[in-house]
Structures are given as C-alpha cells and as structure tokens.
Design a protein around this ligand. Structure first.
Ligand code: GCO
Ligand code: MN
Ligand code: MN
Length: 386
C-alpha cells in the first residue's frame, strides 16, 4: 500500500544515499559507492529518479575520455534500472577555488571559472535528460561584510543567471532553473537567505519565466520560519519548480534528517498542500542516513522518506474526508456574502460604503474559533486513533 511508484516522482541525489558520513568531527563511516552502485541501490528501494551535481558523477579533474566512459556507464545503469535524471546541478562549493563563493566571489577569475563549470554541468545535465537545473549558492555569502558589498554580490548573481539563461536558450535545451535558498552553512551568512528572497530576486532577471525555486524544508527551519508558507507563496507565484524534502530540528546545525522524522505535523501539512494543489514535480529527498548506519540503514532511510510521504498523503486524504473536521472547517470558513459589497475589486462607492459600515468589534473579538478542537482532531488523526 505504501509502495513507491514512478508516478510519485520520488527522487534522491547521488550525494544523499551516497553520503559516507563524514562530518567536521569525524571520518567517513561508510564506503564510497560508485554512481552506478547508487543507481542500483535507488532502484532496489523503489525510487523514480536520481539527481546529481556534476562532480558526484564526474570527478573535477577527470579527462574528457574518463568523463565519457563514466557517463556511458552511468547511462547504462539508468537504462538497466529504468531510473531517470530529472534534475542536475553544479558543485560550486567543495573545491577550494570557491572558498569566497562562485558567482559572487570577489575574484573575477573565480566568477568566470564558476560560469564555465556551470555551462559544462548544464551540458551534462541536458545529456542525461534533466529538465530542472538547481542553483544552490552554498558559498555565495560572507563571514564578514567588510569583504563584499551585498549590492555587488546581488548584481554578480543576477549577471551570472542572466548569462546562463541565455546559454540555455542558445543551446535550445529544455531546462528550467530552480534557485535554492539557505540562510547559512557553509558560509556564515548566505545571500538570498530565504525562499521569499529568491522569489523577489527572480523578478529582477532578464528571463524570470525560466526561473523558479527549489525550497528545502531544513533551510527555512534553520531560519526559524514556516516552510509551508514559503512553499505556498512559491506555488502561488507559479514558481514551485522543485522541492527538497528532509527534516531538521529548529536552532540546530544543518541536520538533513529523514523526511518527517522531526516535525511530523509540519510534514503532514506540507504533503497535504502538495497533494491538494496537485504539485506535479519531483519529490526530491535531500537528506542522508544517520552516521550510525551501514548501507542497510541507508536503504531503511531512503525507504522511510518515501513511506512517510505516502502515509502522510493517505492521512491528508483522510483529513479531507473526515466529517467532523470538514464540518468544523465549514463553520470556520463560513461567509454569508454580506461583506462582498465592500471588498475587492475597488470602487469609490464601495470605499464610501465601507467607511460608513458598522461592525460589532466586541462580538468579533469574543467569538471562539474552535482551532483547539480542529488541531486536536488533526493530532488524533495523525496518531492513528481516528
Ligand atoms: C545543502 C543543500 C544542498 C543542495 C544541493 C543541490 O544544504 O547542502 O541542500 O544539498 O540542495 O547542492 O543543489
Ligand atoms: Mn540542505
Ligand atoms: Mn537542498
């Protein structure tokens, strides 16, 4: 019943199930799997697709001949398993050259190199069939604002994205960009720190229609924000091109936990939102297994992400069909239409009428809204007693 199927569009990055458990305090705990081995692992657990950074597949110093062999072997594994590559991205954060950022680095040589690396990675993504290209500017930030003027950084970022949009158009690729915000880690502060900031920035680009967002649960949580509200704004703007699902305790380091493992109620309302609006893109799990796990544990992690999503999807359908919850919602959202004479669209006559209308302010303030009951019903549904 909770078996993942291709239509669910569950994807994982090579770097997620391929995470070897290195952290700032400790050495790797798992063997590095090859990209081909990761494809087989993902096929075994029932994923639909695999996403990648250029260097997850092709080492940064590979020769052209090595590159071609690696790509051919990878494509063979995709053909053998039926997995697809819906999204690709560039690693602009691991190499020391990017220590001051990539598109926003102060050194113009670094900025040019970042553009070159991204064009090559876009070619690779297009070759593998990706239709979404993610930009996560992990190093695009500062530790000290003495080093960089944020206006310069914004202009450099805009110039880079405009250049790359034109490159994609020029090549005739069927590719859209999805910008992923994060407030910090690995930089002290990262520019365009929230999904909302990205949405505003997109409107300043030459081709805003090509560019949307890739919000990530953990990133808004790291900033102490409500993820669902950001996803809803992105959806409302027609900009929800991709989504990174994982989990995260507020106020902690970047945890990348299994989807739904920490903030279950938030995960529920997120899944309910995505399913209710009919989001049709990838459900990409950008997370990794605990460092305590071997590769059996990694499979448990991956299966858990998808299973939790599907259970929450079922719970969302149950919530939408629950007579008591729905009756309460009908009451909460009741509208007798009597204020329509005052509200949008504006007319001078409506404004005059509204100015003269009288409201029973005290009664409005005294009315109980029943949200406690509604939330408790939600909790009981999630706890499986409804
Ligand atoms: C992170 C980010 C990354 C990006 C990835 C693809 O916190 O490290 O979420 O995992 O999503 O680089 O752009
Ligand atoms: Mn992340
Ligand atoms: Mn991410």
């Amino acid at each position: 019943m909770y078996e993942p199927k291709p239509e669910h569009k569950f994807t994982f990055g090579l770097w997620t199930v391929g995470n070897i458990g290195r952290d700032p305090f400790g050495e790797p705990v798992r063997r590095q799997l090859s990209p081909v081995e990761i494809v087989y692992l993902l096929a075994e657990v029932g994923a639909y697709g695999v996403n990648l950074h250029d260097n997850d597949l092709v080492p940064i110093d590979a020769t052209p001949a090595e590159r071609d062999k690696i790509v051919t072997d990878f494509q063979q594994a995709l053909a053998d398993t039926g997995l697809v590559v819906p999204m690709a991205t560039t690693n602009l954060f691991t190499d020391p050259a990017f220590k001051d950022g990539a598109f926003t680095a102060n050194d113009p040589q670094v900025r040019a190199f970042a553009l070159q690396k991204t064009m090559r990675a876009i070619d690779l993504g297009a070759e593998l069939g990706a239709t979404t290209y993610v930009f996560w500017g992990g190093r695009e930030g500062t530790e000290t604002d003495a080093s960089k003027n944020p206006l310069d950084a914004g202009k450099r970022m805009r110039d880079a994205l405009n250049f790359l949009c034109d490159y994609v158009i020029d090549q005739g690729y069927d590719l859209k960009f999805a910008l992923e915000a994060k407030p910090n880690e690995p930089r002290g502060d990262i520019y365009l720190a929230t999904t909302g900031a990205m949405l505003a920035f997109i409107e300043t680009l030459d081709h805003p229609e090509m560019v949307g967002v890739n919000p990530e649960v953990a990133h808004e949580f790291m900033a102490g924000l409500n993820f669902l509200h950001h996803v809803a704004q992105a959806w409302d703007s027609g900009k929800l091109f991709h989504i990174d699902l994982n989990d995260q305790a507020f106020g902690r380091y970047d945890q990348d936990f299994r989807f739904g493992s920490v903030n279950l109620k938030s995960a529920f309302f997120l899944v309910k939102f995505l399913e209710d609006v009919g989001y049709g893109g990838s459900r990409h799990f950008d997370a990794h297994a605990y460092r305590t796990e071997d590769y059996e544990g990694v499979k448990d992690f991956a299966r858990g992400c998808m299973r939790t999503y599907l259970i929450l999807k079922e719970k969302a359908a149950q919530w939408n069909a629950d007579p008591e919850i729905q009756a309460l919602l009908t009451e909460i959202h009741a509208d007798d239409g009597s204020t329509a004479v005052y509200t949008s669209p504006y007319t001078p006559a409506k404004a005059t009428a509204l100015k003269e209308a009288s409201f029973d302010r005290v009664a409005l303030g005294q009315r109980g809204l029943g949200y406690e009951r509604l939330d408790q019903l939600t909790i009981e549904l999630l706890l499986g007693v409804r």
